[in-house]
Design a protein around this ligand. Sequence first.
Ligand SMILES: NC(=O)c1ccc[n+]([C@@H]2O[C@H](COP(=O)([O-])OP(=O)(O)OC[C@H]3O[C@@H](n4cnc5c(N)ncnc54)[C@H](O)[C@@H]3O)[C@@H](O)[C@H]2O)c1
Length: 329
Amino acid sequence: MRVAITGGAGYVGSALVPYLIDLGHEVTVLDLFLYGENVFNGLRQPGRLACVKGDIRNPADLAKAFKGAEAVIHLACISNDPSFELDPHLGKSINYDAFAKILAAVRGCGARRFIYASSSSVYGVQDVPNVREDTPCLPLTDYSKFKLLCEQDLQAADLGGCERVVIRPATVCGYAPRMRLDLTVNILSIHALVRKLITVHGGGQLRPNINIRDMIEAYRILLEAPADKVAGQTFNAGYENHSVADIAEMVRAEVRDPAVQIKVEPTVDNRSYHINSDRIANLLGFRARHTIRDAVRSICDAYAGGLMPDPMGDRRYYNIKTMQAVGLR
Ligand SMILES: NC(=O)c1ccc[n+]([C@@H]2O[C@H](COP(=O)([O-])OP(=O)(O)OC[C@H]3O[C@@H](n4cnc5c(N)ncnc54)[C@H](O)[C@@H]3O)[C@@H](O)[C@H]2O)c1
């Protein structure tokens, strides 16, 4: 299949693109390459990848990247609350205003399927023990509110014959060529490795996670599944719902360094949530197979192998530091 991926040079994309190429798909990435240009250096079949360095806010860039695409996966985003809040006008222009242009470009290119990366943060904090896809959403931040608004616009849009599907992933963890060290498991892991100290704020809050290996498999399934199983659907995608304190213990166990200490500090952020991913398992047969401990191990291996030479100092691992530095308007 010919697949166009916006934001394909980001954390998830940098693992997804080589995966799809290895499976025989042809991929075009549309990305500003904010976090580096060399994420695809190790590709085994570089001829199957085309890169468009451009902006999703620019219809000409969208038309170029989507030309001939049979499916579009939309990942590009200012992808966490602090980076969004750094410049809410910019954040809205990318995370929401561009969405209508993307939908117009999808319709224009004749793609058969459009996959939208939303987020499980659209649920906000819920009292129910199992947050399912039909649980009413209560997004708490602008980042999450615009994720939900895009979902609603997508379901209401006229896309011709194009099938649409929404995925609401948990927090992703594990090593990828464009690494993010601002996500829960990844932060705790790198702090254990470099500082020998894991600081846990609160600790009792439940945080749903998904290993990046499972995340990219979920996208593959959404891409390849029969239309009647995915068209118009919304799926949660998570695996392990652990407390932050448990995650810290797992990290310490997997880092295998007796010097690592865990320090607990009070927090005002007691957000706790538990997402249920039965639906994607029952309808599409997706089951997460890679654990949080596997993710921690992948980070340990990458660090030991010199793949993250300056993990605390290199701003590319931290979305907010990069956004502060690049001066995007
Ligand atoms: N990583 C997670 O834990 C997680 C969890 C839930 C949902 N998501 C969603 O999955 C998607 C991918 O997340 P990620 O962690 O890979 O994010 P990321 O920040 O690593 O990647 C986003 C990519 O989008 C690109 N980009 C930003 N603005 C752009 C623009 N105007 N034009 C073109 N490209 C632009 C960036 O250069 C970057 O490569 C996002 O939509 C995110 O909200 C991620």
